[in-house]
Design a protein around this ligand. Structure first.
Ligand code: 9MG
Length: 279
């Protein structure tokens, strides 16, 4: 299996990679307002790269439950200067956006992957852009939208429904001209799911290997960890690391994380142990 994003290529099997989260927003759930200044955002990205992040995910619109959408011009103003500053820094950049126009500008500024949390789209503009540019694409499942997704998430069987969603969207994306090699799938932990749904998805990650695409999981600091274990957003590192190690041991290739140093260290340790397994 291969993942391609413009000039960047990852051949699997490969050690799990950490995608560092860079929220250039005033209102993200755990770090809102910390990196709104482009200089601070740039420095934080370099710090995450130095801590071992293999990709930096730059977002200018919060996707936390209940977050209000922002105008395209606002989102562009937040993310483009940061991406331009990072393009020379030899770290793959991912643009976290639902808007094709923002993705287009971000790809022109140096991003190579589009993180599309609104992949259940009717229009094909985002996919046609990804096809045109040869960019990588993160196909994430979400029930509803960030504004309403926390209200009544409902599934008969969350695992089979998310899997059917992947199968159907992978067909749509291919029909829009995107090569399967450009796509990674993501069950969208916390996006229109309650704690039970999140746990069922994590428990059954192996189910999604039938799609033969690399997988991304982002559980870092999410509220279900606090609901299950107690503690506010600043006290969710152990729960986040448990989800990351579980994901890595169940075939996930990319882990989206706030706490890059701890996540990288934990994955390296797992890798060292795994290499010594005897048949
Ligand atoms: C933007 N964002 C927040 N959480 C995320 C997750 O779990 N996956 C992806 N792809 N993006 C996320």
């Amino acid at each position: 299996m291969i993942f391609r994003a413009c000039h960047w290529k990852v051949q699997f099997p490969h050690a799990p990679m950490v995608m560092g989260i860079l929220n250039v927003t005033p209102d993200s759930f755990s770090d809102g307002g910390q990196f709104l200044d482009p200089k601070q955002a740039f420095e934080h990205a370099l710090q995450m790269r130095d801590e071992g992040a293999g990709i930096i995910d730059v977002g200018g619109e919060s996707t936390r439950p209940g977050a209000e959408p922002v105008a395209e011009s606002v989102e562009l103003k937040r993310v483009i200067p940061v991406i331009e500053a990072l393009r020379e820094q030899k770290v793959p950049i991912c643009i976290d956006t639902q808007k094709p126009a923002v993705a287009r500008e971000a790809l022109a500024a140096g991003a190579i992957i589009v993180n599309d949390i609104a992949a259940a789209r009717e229009d094909r503009e985002m996919w046609e852009l990804v096809a045109e540019k040869g960019a990588g694409y993160i196909l994430m499942h979400m029930q509803g939208s960030p504004q309403d997704m926390a209200k009544h998430p409902t599934y008969e069987n969350v695992v089979t429904e998310v899997s059917e969603f992947f199968a159907s969207r992978l067909r749509d994306i291919a029909a829009a001209g995107v090569s399967p090699d450009q796509v990674m799938i993501d069950p969208g932990i916390g996006f229109g799911k309650n704690s039970e749904h999140n746990l069922q998805l994590l428990a059954n990650l192996g189910h999604f290997t039938i799609h033969q695409r690399p997988m991304l999981v982002g559980a870092s600091r999410k509220s279900f960890i606090g609901k299950l274990l107690g503690g506010d957003v600043t006290a969710r590192l152990p729960g986040s690391l448990a989800c990351a190690v579980w994901a890595a041991l169940n075939g996930v290739q990319f882990i989206r994380a706030h706490d890059v140093a701890a996540t990288v260290q934990m994955l390296r340790m797992i890798g060292e142990i795994q290499q010594r397994r005897q048949a």
